[in-house]
Ligand binder design. Structure first.
Ligand code: S3P
Length: 172
């Protein structure tokens, strides 16, 4: 059954947009990070602290594959780094997959992440000044992977509702 995959940098709104899309089109939403947290009984922060990032990336790949192979139609919200490891980007073009990159500018991401970085191990220890430069470089490095998605939807200056309508247009 079809999988609708939402991807994009931390703070682009994947989970919020996916939840709203799910209500509108009546397809269940699974958040990959939440699924990993449930399986391990650990928060993403704790996984990074206890086991390190490489362990997390392996787990992320396995759980992503599991969701892709599930018999159900699903909306899957990826973590910000998911497409950039373990050849996950190749899975964005698989059969029965619709992948959508939620594209946000550095400024939008910075504004959103500055107030909400503690749950994100890659940002938690950064000052505001460091964060802006980090986001700019990181987004540039990751763009190749994000651009493997079948569709792009720009989220800057749009309400959740407008973004969901844009996605529904693509799916129609
Ligand atoms: C990460 C993004 C996070 C989470 C982990 C690593 C990344 O997900 O998977 O902290 O590498 O960008 P969100 O994009 O949902 O914050």
């Amino acid at each position: 059954m079809r999988k609708i995959i939402l991807l994009g940098y931390m703070g682009c709104g994947k989970s919020t947009i996916a939840s709203s899309l799910s209500k509108n089109i009546k397809i269940p939403f699974v958040d990959l990070d939440k699924k990993i947290e449930e399986k391990t009984n650990l928060s993403i922060n704790a996984i990074f602290e206890k086991h390190g990032e490489i362990y997390f990336r392996k787990l992320e790949h396995e759980v992503f594959l599991e969701l892709l192979h599930s018999p159900d139609e699903l909306i899957i919200g990826l973590g910000g780094g998911t497409p950039c490891y373990a050849n996950n980007h190749e899975l964005l073009k698989g059969e029965g997959v619709v992948s959508i990159y939620l594209k946000a500018s550095i400024e939008t991401l910075f504004q959103r992440l500055a107030v909400n970085k503690s749950k994100r191990p890659l940002l938690a220890d950064k000052s505001e000044g460091e964060m802006k430069e980090f986001i700019a470089i990181h987004l540039f490095e990751r763009s190749f992977y994000y651009n493997q998605a079948q569709y792009n939807v720009v989220v800057d200056d749009k309400t959740i509702h407008q973004t969901v309508l844009d996605i529904m247009d693509l799916l129609a």
